[in-house]
Write a protein that binds this ligand. Structure first.
Ligand SMILES: Cc1ncc(COP(=O)(O)O)c(C=O)c1O
Length: 272
């Protein structure tokens, strides 16, 4: 089971492992994305074994809060689910008054069910060095995970390991400066989108991604419209939502300004 819209590999991984996927849409209420526990309950089957969680969530930019995580944990315990919690964006919480809360930190019971995935690759922009890690408290679950990944996941190489060590040990100042830049870009994107005809977005609490509802433009493939205008956005249907696009604002301010200007012109021309 997973909640859509979501990072596309969440949709393809079950199929590639010969499993069925139960995809339940998140709910947009009061301009904020949240869980639809009633729909999840209804979609569950006796064969449902695992929840694929994205926290913070790519693409909707929510950092799930304690109440939501507690309810999720209760749901997983009630239905005896293991949780694969992808927390790769955990060091990119943009709201200054928020902190990342790992799902496994809710209580010991949920910790026993959790496979928590993390990596320095997003925060420090080193995905090419390929160094990620899993935190699995339960020994039996850890052994099953290690057995399954043998022959699929390559070993960590020494460059990636050294880079991860340097990032976590020595680069707190760099990360603080990154967060300042991303917060400023987020404010700019939110302000620009608020007055861009045909587009809507919600507040981005975490990540460098804006999930944009482009259905107001009345075009079938908004990403093609923006690409023709010189802006490469991710296609919503890849995340399970047709008519939406995802903007990555983890870029220099001048690049972002040029993109927003081109998007604005494209929207105005489409709705003229
Ligand atoms: C939620 C999530 N998980 C995993 C990844 C993959 O990370 P990596 O590039 O380090 O393999 C991404 C990259 O976009 C992501 O957003």
């Amino acid at each position: 089971m997973t909640a859509t819209p979501v990072y596309p590999p969440f949709l393809s991984a079950p199929r590639l492992s010969a499993r069925n996927l139960v995809a339940v849409p998140l709910r947009l209420a009061g301009n904020r994305w949240g869980w639809d526990f009633a729909a999840m309950q209804a979609a569950l089957t006796p064969a449902t074994r695992l929840l694929l969680l994205c926290h913070p969530h790519n693409p909707v930019g929510r950092a799930w809060d304690k109440a939501e995580l507690t309810e999720l944990a209760a749901f997983c315990k009630r239905h005896d689910l293991v949780v694969c919690s992808d927390e790769i964006h955990c060091d990119l919480i943009l709201d200054a008054d928020r902190q990342h809360l790992p799902l496994a930190g809710i209580d010991a019971d949920i910790a026993r069910r959790c496979i928590t995935l993390m990596a320095p690759s997003k925060t420090f922009n080193i995905p090419g060095l390929g160094c990620a890690f899993a935190v699995i408290a339960d020994a039996e679950l850890r052994q099953r995970f290690c057995a399954e990944m043998r022959g699929i996941v390559p070993d960590v190489n020494v460059l990636g390991l050294s880079a991860a060590e340097a990032a976590y040990r020595d680069c707190a100042d760099w990360r603080a400066a990154l967060l300042d830049a991303l917060r400023s870009n987020r404010e700019r994107v939110q302000a620009a989108l608020a007055v861009m005809p045909g587009l809507r977005m919600t507040h981005v609490e975490a990540t460098y991604l804006a999930w944009i509802d482009a259905r107001g433009l009345g075009v079938e493939h908004p990403e093609k419209l923006f690409e023709a205008a010189g802006v490469g956005l991710s296609r919503g249907s890849d995340f399970g939502f047709q008519g939406w696009v995802r903007l990555n604002f983890g870029c220099p301010r001048a690049t972002l300004e040029a993109a927003l200007e081109r998007m604005s012109v494209a929207c105005c021309e489409t709705l003229r």
